[in-house]
Design a protein around this ligand. Structure first.
Ligand code: HEC
Ligand code: HEC
Ligand code: HEC
Ligand code: HEC
Ligand code: HEC
Length: 195
């Protein structure tokens, strides 16, 4: 049983906390204290059986966003203000992993990779799960504004319970876009999505 919990407050506070953490990681990490609640992420013995592409570091959303309730926007910092959600830098990871080394040998091995990437100043090359071709574009911020910060699950599924991210819906296919735009009476003009 894991015994740490991260106290980061609501989405708004989480955003502020993220900025603070970038400026000064230490206080954030110190908030990682006591009390376990909520869903305990399962122990994974067979990573080969997980859906979705294998990532260079076994980063687990079910531990970070699920068990420890770190807000999506703590890491995907620009999702509400930009077309691109943002992928956290190693510096964001190190805000916690300077002090959090892992509670068993499997987690310590993976966290060691984060620290190594940091000391070598080598950005992690995450394998992209969802992407649309260059002739179309998808503005995250417009959708988050219209659908709210919990919109993520509508398109990406329950990421907070995923040990490894996989594609739940064909979100990067035109049919998925058009179906919802029809339902919600949003423009279907070709030029809205295509350059
Ligand atoms: C502690 C940081 C962190 C938090 C919190 C976090 N993520 Fe992520 N997320 C990442 C990293 C790192 C990746 C790239 C590696 C991967 O795919 O697992 C990623 C990848 C993803 C992807 C796949 C992107 C692609 O390649 O298409 C989705 C979707 C996603 N996150 C959604 C969420 C949602 C929804 C939440 C909140 C429930 C969330 N994330 C919380 C760090 C985080
Ligand atoms: C707000 C704090 C926080 C941030 C930011 C954070 N982590 Fe973690 N991470 C944790 C906690 C807490 C654990 C659970 C440690 C344990 O009990 O083993 C953890 C566990 C892990 C593990 C071990 C998972 C396992 O198999 O048990 C890896 C790998 C990891 N984090 C990678 C990352 C990466 C990569 C980033 C940046 C994209 C990141 N973390 C950002 C708090 C954080
Ligand atoms: C209406 C559907 C929809 C919603 C809602 C949505 N996404 Fe996405 N997401 C997509 C699509 C489509 C892509 C691929 C975009 C591209 O290739 O430009 C994507 C890509 C991503 C990526 C990969 C970005 C990268 O640079 O690797 C992340 C991370 C992500 N989304 C996180 C989130 C988070 C977090 C939320 C909620 C705050 C969210 N998304 C809400 C459809 C959605
Ligand atoms: C689950 C519903 C949903 C899905 C799926 C969805 N959208 Fe949207 N989209 C919306 C809503 C609602 C708006 C209106 C936002 C607003 O009013 O600003 C919108 C607005 C947009 C806009 C801005 C329209 C304008 O008038 O400027 C673009 C561009 C767009 N979507 C592209 C896409 C693409 C590309 C996809 C598929 C990859 C997609 N959307 C999938 C609900 C959706
Ligand atoms: C709501 C967003 C949206 C609208 C509106 C839209 N598209 Fe698309 N379209 C996409 C996305 C995203 C893709 C890339 C994913 C795919 O290939 O399905 C795409 C792909 C395509 C492709 C390539 C398909 C392929 O198989 O490679 C064509 C051709 C196309 N669109 C034509 C159109 C035309 C013509 C219109 C207007 C009648 C239109 N689109 C309106 C989002 C949209």
């Amino acid at each position: 049983m894991r015994t740490l919990a991260i106290v980061l407050g609501g989405v708004g506070a989480g955003g502020v906390a993220a900025l603070l953490a970038l400026a000064d990681p230490a206080p954030q990490a110190q908030q990682a204290a006591a009390v376990a609640d909520s869903i305990a992420a399962p122990v994974i013995s067979d990573t080969a059986a997980l859906r979705g592409p294998r990532q260079p570091i076994f980063f687990r959303h079910d531990i970070h966003a699920g068990q420890f309730k770190i807000q999506c926007q703590y890491c995907h910092y620009s999702v509400a203000v930009s077309p691109e959600p943002g992928i956290p830098s190693t510096q964001t990871c190190m805000g916690c992993h300077l002090v959090i080394s892992g509670s068993d040998s499997a987690s310590r091995t993976e966290i060691a990779k984060v620290r190594q990437a940091w000391s070598e100043k080598k950005p992690t090359e995450w394998v992209r799960v969802h992407f649309i071709p260059r002739h179309a574009h998808f503005p995250h911020q417009r959708h988050i504004k219209a659908m709210g910060p919990n919109a993520c699950a509508t398109c990406h599924g329950d990421v907070a319970r995923m040990p490894q991210v996989f594609k739940v819906n064909q979100v990067d296919k035109m049919g998925f876009c058009i179906t919802c735009h029809l339902e919600r009476n949003v423009s279907r003009d070709c030029s809205v999505c295509h350059y």
